[in-house]
Structures are given as structure tokens and as C-alpha cells.
Ligand binder design. Structure first.
Ligand code: ZN
Length: 362
């Protein structure tokens, strides 16, 4: 009921949208109740929903860096794919049919041998997790981006040998921008393979470069620092001409692209206002590049979604949850509640666009 009210309040209408929750049938002989699985239906049709932003951890790989899985209580368990049952239960409750798993890079300072081994273990384990539940999981490959040639090989191997659907990378690499020419071999490979690259901020980015500014109450390192890292990363890819050089790239930005889409207009004005500071001629207006990138919908409000779609395009927004971090459990509802969308738009955002980008077959 609460879900229905959310849609009606925010969108003004619930036409064509319905929720079906099924799976609980009183079994004969006192059988235990099956967990509920929420099935999302739009225009009377079941929609396969895809979460493009879902974290997991591979302890065997982390051990190579002397790290252990940590987090808030209960979180470590849920991060492990050896414990897929809890994850599947949460997905079922939230109406998530498929998760695209990714691992935030923590290995960018590792030397080449360790990075090679670590990524191999991790991609093998990701592939195993997907194979154990092929209807529910796909995954982004890990790559050792500090060694761009190796990263390109690992991406190719990840896609061709392990069946992974793209790569997950940080918003910067040891203080260097993703637009730096040294990373061109990686971008060239991603473009050639036609796979999605998911950019997710990490603590080693802007937050570690200006740590004092993020101190104090309010988790500012995360709520401001993470979206800022993404904003900077995407801006360099635009303004340094990376997206001109590799026009076929498919890039998915975490957390709705940080602040970039929310203040897109300013990106077009900088070089008009200070032309002497712009030394590179781009093929398009900066905001046009914003409309070719992809964004998850971790933006929390229907109005935020409406603006994200207005600035980026209806085909550029996909669903994300940040699972298992409890930022939101209502990513599905947020899409259903976003004003101004057609049912076809909602179907695309809930899973259709992501399925195409990730090669998820129907
Ligand atoms: Zn995340």
C-alpha cells in the first residue's frame, strides 16, 4: 500500500503500473513459507529489473593485500558471494531480478605481480558467482588500471574467458585522471570490445587529496567527496578529448554522475567565459557528452530523477542500489514515481537499457 501511495502522490497517477508480490503459498503439511519475491509489472507486463550498482567482495583476493572484509555489522557476510542467499532475499524483497556485481578497486597501489594475481582470482570468483545463479547475476571485471596494458588484457580476458560484462574502475588512479594518455590502451580495448565501463569513486580519490575539507559531522567524505570524485573524472574525460578519441565508449557513472548532470549548464560556459584557458577544441558542446554517458539512479527523489533525465536523456538512466550499503531500498519505486515518464521509459530504466548494455539476454 505504501508503494502504491508513493507512486500516486509523486506521479499523480498510477496508470499502467501495478505491483505484484507472489511466491508465498501456504504449503500443505506446514511447509515453511517461501521468501517473498516482488515482481515488478508495468503496463500489465512483467519487467525484468537490473541493478547496475551492487558491491561484493572476494576475501581470497583481498588477502593478497593484507585486507579483510569489514563494514557495519552484518555487512561483511552480505558482501560475500559464498553467501548469496541473503543477497538474493534482499533482491527479492526490493524487486531486483538481476544484479551486475562490481568490486571497488583497492589494488591500484599493488605491484604488477600482485595486481595480476589478485585480479585473476577476483574475476574467477565473480564468474563463479554468476555461474551459480546465472539468472540473477552478471559482473563487471576487475582490472589493474595502474598498469594500463595489463588492464586492457584483463578486460579482454574477463569478457572472453570469464563471461564478464565490462569493467569497474575508480574515478582516478593514484592521483592521475582517467583521461591521462597512459590509460588510452584501456579505453581503446573497452571501445573495441563494446563493453560497459562502470566508474565508481573511491576514498583514494579527491577525499584523500584534501582530507581536511571533509572532516567533521555528516559523512562529508562520502556524501560530497564521492560525487565530487565522479564529477571530476567525467569532466576530464569530456574536456581532455577522451570521449572524442574513443567515441564508442559506453561509460556508466555511479551515484547519478555526481554533480555533473545537476549543474550541466556551467560546463558549456567555462570556455566561452575564459577562452584563453581552453586549449583543446572539442567536437561537441560539453553538455552533449553528458547526454551520451549513462547514470545510475541513486539520487533519492523523484524530482532529482526528473532533472537527471532532463539533462541526460531518458535512455541514459539505469537502476542502481549500492547494495549492500543501505543508502536506499527503493530504487524500483523511484523509477515508478518519477514524473513525466512513459511506461516504455520506465521499462527501459528498470532494466531494458541495462540489459542491452550488459548483454543480458531475454
Ligand atoms: Zn557504490
Amino acid at each position: 500500500m505504501a508503494r502504491r501511495e508513493l507512486v500516486e502522490d509523486a506521479a499523480g497517477t498510477a496508470a499502467g503500473i501495478a505491483f505484484v508480490t507472489c511466491g508465498l503459498q501456504g504449503g500443505a503439511g506446514g511447509a515453511e513459507a517461501q521468501p517473498l519475491r516482488r515482481e515488478v509489472v508495468v503496463s500489465g507486463k512483467r519487467v525484468r529489473t537490473v541493478d547496475t550498482h551492487a558491491h561484493c567482495a572476494v576475501p581470497e583476493a583481498m588477502a593478497l593485500m593484507g585486507l579483510k572484509v569489514t563494514g557495519t555489522p552484518n555487512l561483511p557476510d552480505v558482501l560475500l558471494m559464498s553467501n548469496a542467499a541473503d543477497r538474493l532475499r534482499a533482491m527479492d524483497e526490493q524487486g531486483i531480478d538481476v544484479e551486475a556485481l562490481s568490486i571497488n578497486p583497492y589494488w591500484y597501489k599493488a605491484d604488477r605481480d600482485v595486481a595480476e594475481k589478485l585480479v585473476t582470482i577476483q574475476n574467477e570468483k565473480l564468474a563463479e558467482a554468476c555461474a551459480a545463479n546465472p539468472e540473477r547475476f552478471v559482473a563487471f571485471a576487475s582490472v589493474a588500471l595502474q598498469f594500463p596494458d595489463l588492464a586492457a588484457e584483463q578486460l579482454e580476458q574477463g569478457v572472453k574467458k570469464y563471461g564478464l560484462r565490462g569493467a569497474a574502475i575508480g574515478g582516478s588512479v593514484n592521483g592521475e585522471e582517467l583521461s591521462d594518455a597512459k590509460y588510452h590502451p584501456f579505453w581503446a580495448k573497452a571501445e573495441a570490445l563494446g563493453v560497459l565501463v562502470f566508474i565508481h569513486p573511491q576514498g583514494a580519490g579527491i577525499v584523500s587529496e584534501a582530507p581536511g575539507r571533509f572532516k567533521g559531522n555528516g559523512v562529508l567524505d562520502n556524501i560530497i567527496g564521492n560525487p565530487l570524485e565522479t564529477t571530476i573524472a567525467l569532466s576530464h574525460l569530456i574536456f581532455e578529448g577522451t570521449l572524442d578519441q574513443f567515441p564508442g565508449l559506453k561509460i556508466l557513472a555511479a551515484h547519478a554522475g555526481g554533480y555533473l548532470p545537476s549543474y550541466a549548464g556551467r560546463s558549456d560556459q567555462g570556455c566561452l567565459t575564459f577562452p584563453a584557458r581552453c586549449t583543446r577544441t572539442l567536437k561537441k558542446k560539453p553538455t552533449e557528452y553528458i547526454r551520451q554517458l549513462y547514470y545510475d539512479n541513486i539520487i533519492f527523489s523523484p524530482e532529482g530523477m526528473r532533472h537527471l533525465v532532463a539533462e541526460t536523456g531518458v535512455g541514459q538512466v539505469v537502476m542502481g542500489t549500492d547494495f549492500p550499503y543501505p543508502w536506499t531500498k527503493t530504487s524500483v519505486d523511484l523509477i515508478l514515481a518519477t514524473p513525466g515518464l512513459s511506461d516504455a521509459d520506465r521499462v527501459a530504466m528498470l532494466g531494458g537499457t541495462a540489459a542491452k548494455l550488459l548483454g543480458i539476454k531475454s
